[in-house]
Ligand binder design. Structure first.
Ligand code: AMP
Length: 117
């Protein structure tokens, strides 16, 4: 599937629409989800044009993949979930309910989340 450069996260990356940024480096941006499912709900996205987890892990370099997941860990540390933990969710494709066709990791926590729906 071709990357749609008009998706909402591409617009956030270009600064065309605002976000509540929590972290940024040269490869990664993280911001609060506009419709949080828990007290803490942050989205982490690569700056590269990847439409899904599968697209990213197939096409990105090992360096990009490592930098992305190391940034997720750093952001989780900064959010201070501590020993209570947190949930990582990556939706991939229509059956998962992926709404935005730009890879994003949901970092969710701040309360007991219960079982997966
Ligand atoms: P997914 O269903 O995995 O594609 O998740 C997309 C997420 O993006 C949802 O949790 C939305 O609430 C969130 N979202 C959509 N638009 C924005 C936005 N402008 N800023 C922050 N989060 C957004």
């Amino acid at each position: 599937m071709a990357y749609d450069s008009n998706n909402i996260f591409a617009k956030i990356l270009r600064g065309e629409i605002p976000c509540q940024r929590v972290y940024e480096d040269n490869q990664v941006l993280a911001f609060h989800d506009i419709n949080p499912k828990a007290p803490i709900h942050v989205l982490v996205i690569p700056k590269g044009a990847y439409n899904s987890f599968m697209d990213f892990t197939i096409r990105a370099s090992f360096e990009e993949i490592a930098a992305f997941f190391q940034a997720v860990t750093k952001i989780a540390e900064d959010l201070k979930f501590g020993d209570n933990g947190f949930r990582l969710v990556i939706n991939n494709g229509p059956d998962s309910g992926q709404e935005v066709p730009h890879l994003h990791v949901h970092l969710i926590g701040g309360k007991r989340l219960g079982g997966m729906a």
